[in-house]
Unconditional design. Structure first.
Length: 111
């Protein structure tokens, strides 16, 4: 299997897990759009919009904090991988916005 297809599969599984509510992302770091989620075996994934430009970055770290994957949409030749990274970022961002709005609505529903 081509390596870019493996990367696309990883990104799509993260997106699917987010949509299914299996991955709970949270805002982290100093960048405005930087989100992290825990994964199996103590690993974690981070997706972020680069501070300059429009690229999306996905990194994965193992339980010891060692980076095991780094993908940058501006540095890939695969249009499909670039699209998958963008879709993951939008899914994570929109899911967090939806959860925040739902929590706010729940907080004032008895007023």
């Amino acid at each position: 299997m081509d390596q870019s297809f493996q990367f696309i599969e990883i990104v799509n599984r993260l997106k699917r897990g987010t949509l299914d509510g299996k991955l709970l992302w949270e805002h982290t770091g100093t960048l405005e759009h930087e989100y992290v989620t825990p994964l199996d075996s103590g690993s974690r994934a981070l997706v972020a919009k680069a501070p300059h430009g429009q690229s999306v970055i996905l990194t994965m770290m193992n339980a010891q904090g060692v980076q095991t994957l780094y993908l940058d949409s501006d540095r890939t030749l695969s249009e499909l991988l670039r699209l998958a990274l963008l879709q993951l970022f939008v899914t994570v961002r929109d899911t967090l916005v939806h959860h925040a709005a739902t929590q706010a609505l729940d907080a004032v529903k008895h007023l």
